[in-house]
Design a protein around this ligand. Structure first.
Ligand SMILES: Cc1cc2nc3c(=O)[nH]c(=O)nc-3n(C[C@H](O)[C@H](O)[C@H](O)COP(=O)(O)OP(=O)(O)OC[C@H]3O[C@@H](n4cnc5c(N)ncnc54)[C@H](O)[C@@H]3O)c2cc1C
Ligand SMILES: NC(=O)c1ccc[n+]([C@@H]2O[C@H](COP(=O)([O-])OP(=O)(O)OC[C@H]3O[C@@H](n4cnc5c(N)ncnc54)[C@H](OP(=O)(O)O)[C@@H]3O)[C@@H](O)[C@H]2O)c1
Length: 473
């Protein structure tokens, strides 16, 4: 037996989002006697469950109760307001824990690379989402919602989310936990029409069917799809018949149904779904005034994938608009001193074991969630993914492959963090924040009223739960 297998293993999970939470729960199930610290750069846990999932989807947010029950209530420590790579290094973590599991997600957006992308009024959907969900780093953004038309680029579920947020009525928004600053701005919004652009066709849209269906059933919103736009081209027809997924078939049926609907002239707002259109440039004098799009056709590429190809380079349509939300995917950022695959934007890994430059596993370093496999997949996808990583960890532990860290005692990491981060947020601090938000929510008949500034969050956490050095649990 090695030293590591004789003592209770101590594991740091970096990032307390869904993947980190599923990994912690899975570790407790698989290994039982393991000490887990969840290190999180925000003062609050649960990553995109709090800061991504749309405020009008409160039923999904209940997953936080499960995370709480399966992790924090089972002894995992929450060490919030600690950014790994800034407040503590990878090497320091490795010297305090037997294993480090990275669960840092995808913290930025994928860019389009077209002219005008950076004009004021052109935003990444990642920014808009973080703003309306009260992420402290995005609360001061100012979205100009004074134009009549907005354009959303992309056909994924995030595009569906931001489209709904722009078209929900003020009364509907007021029943959610949308951040107060966003509630106020959206209440005063002049946007009447949201045009959603898919670069490929209806059969290739990345919406899940429930999210697409929902767009067609919003109160006071007319969903428009041109019937001709949902006529499938030959390549897509063949693909749908022979290889099409259940979701793709359902989406096409839904879109045909929407295309056949009569227009609702009385609706206050409109969503217009357009397909086979790619943005060429975002135009405007000092700020967004329009977007130029080109028409595509679907072709089967050499690798067998169905791709969008421009029909005619001269083909151009200009859509006037005052706001563009680019919803073409999230992207992970590298962590200092941790290997990073610059082409796939993930930690290079084999089933969750992070690989070094020699493509061999780095002992004791693992990845889970979006930083492991890229920014796709719903919440549940991270559960299976976490189980895979935890299986590797358990195998390595049993095989004696995890080194005993130089500073193995919990008091040592607590002393280091107490010195570096006197305003660390513990489980008690997070519970104080949650209590504060839920009580404010009860007063306003809302699920919660979020605290959105770091200073407020830290203040509530500190007042309710002063942190004596070396006593973080
Ligand atoms: C806008 C949006 C809405 C979504 N809605 C749904 C939905 O309704 N239903 C559904 O099933 N799925 C939904 N998803 C997908 C789901 O949110 C993801 O599958 C899931 O959040 C990925 O989990 P993760 O833990 O890998 O990443 P994240 O949720 O991003 O968590 C990563 C965590 O790591 C922290 N972190 C990052 N860097 C550091 C660092 N250096 N040090 C310490 N901490 C760090 C971050 O602050 C964050 O808390 C949505 C996704 C998005 C983008
Ligand atoms: N309610 C929910 O369950 C929910 C809500 C939000 C998010 N999520 C999940 O979170 C994950 C991330 O969602 P997402 O919407 O960010 O990503 P996504 O599902 O990957 O969708 C990205 C969209 O952007 C398009 N796109 C990419 N590059 C483009 C370009 N250069 N020009 C034009 N369009 C481009 C893609 O088109 P192509 O297909 O042609 O590449 C696709 O339509 C997904 O798995 C999603 O299901 C789930």
């Amino acid at each position: 037996m090695t030293a590591a297998s004789r003592t209770r293993p101590r594991v740091a999970i970096v990032g307390a989002g869904p993947a980190g939470a599923f990994a912690a729960a899975s570790l407790l199930r698989a290994c039982g006697d393991v000490e887990i610290d969840l290190l999180e750069r925000l003062p609050t846990p649960w990553g995109l469950l709090r800061g991504g999932v749309a405020p009008d989807h409160q039923e999904i947010k209940r997953l936080e109760d499960t995370f709480d029950r399966q992790t924090l209530k089972r002894g995992c420590r929450f060490l919030g307001n600690v950014e790994v790579g800034a407040d503590i290094s990878h090497a320091e973590l490795m010297s305090h824990y037997g294993a480090v599991i990275y669960a840092t997600g995808a913290q930025t957006d994928k860019s389009l690379g077209i002219p005008g992308e950076d004009l004021p009024g052109s935003w990444a959907a990642t920014e808009f989402v973080a703003w309306y969900n009260g992420h402290p780093d995005f609360r001061d953004l100012e979205f100009d919602l004074s134009a009549r038309r907005a354009v959303v680029i992309g056909n994924g579920n995030v595009a569906a989310d931001v489209t709904r947020m722009l078209t929900l009525s003020a009364a509907e928004l007021a029943r959610t936990d949308v951040a107060d600053h966003a509630l106020q701005a959206l209440r005063e919004s002049s946007i009447e029409e949201v045009v959603v652009l898919g670069r490929r066709g209806p059969a290739q849209a990345a919406f899940t069917s429930a999210e697409l269906r929902e767009l067609g059933h919003l109160d006071g919103v007319d969903l428009r799809v041109d019937a001709a736009d949902v006529e499938l081209d030959g390549v897509s027809q063949q693909w749908l018949a022979q290889e099409g997924t259940f979701t793709a078939r359902t989406n096409v049926e839904l879109l045909r149904e929407f295309g056949a609907r009569p227009r609702r002239a009385d609706a206050e707002r409109r969503i217009v779904l357009r397909f086979l259109r790619s943005p060429r440039l975002i135009g405007g004098d000092g700020r967004v005034e329009s977007i130029d799009v080109r028409r595509n056709e679907i072709v089967r590429a050499d690798d067998g994938m169905l791709r969008a190809r421009p029909v005619d380079d001269e083909d151009r349509e200009t859509i006037d608009c005052g706001l563009v939300l680019r919803s073409v995917g999230y992207r992970a950022v590298p962590l200092p001193d941790v290997p990073f695959d610059e082409r796939s934007f993930v930690l290079p890994n084999a089933r969750g074991r992070v690989l070094g430059s020699d493509r061999e596993p780095l002992p004791g370093v693992y990845a889970v969630g979006w930083i492991k496999r890229g920014p796709t997949g719903i919440l549940g996808t991270n559960k299976r993914d976490a189980e895979e990583t935890v299986t590797c960890f358990a195998e390595d532990l049993a095989a004696g492959k995890l080194a005993q860290p130089a500073n193995a005692d919990r008091e040592q990491i607590d002393a280091l963090l107490a010195e570096r981060k006197p305003d660390i947020v513990t489980v008690a601090g997070w519970r104080a924040i949650a209590r504060h938000e839920l009580e404010a929510g009860r007063r306003e008949r809302r699920p919660r009223v979020k605290l959105t500034s770091r200073a407020e969050l830290l203040d509530v956490a500190r007042r309710a739960a002063p942190v004596p050095a070396a006593a973080h649990s």
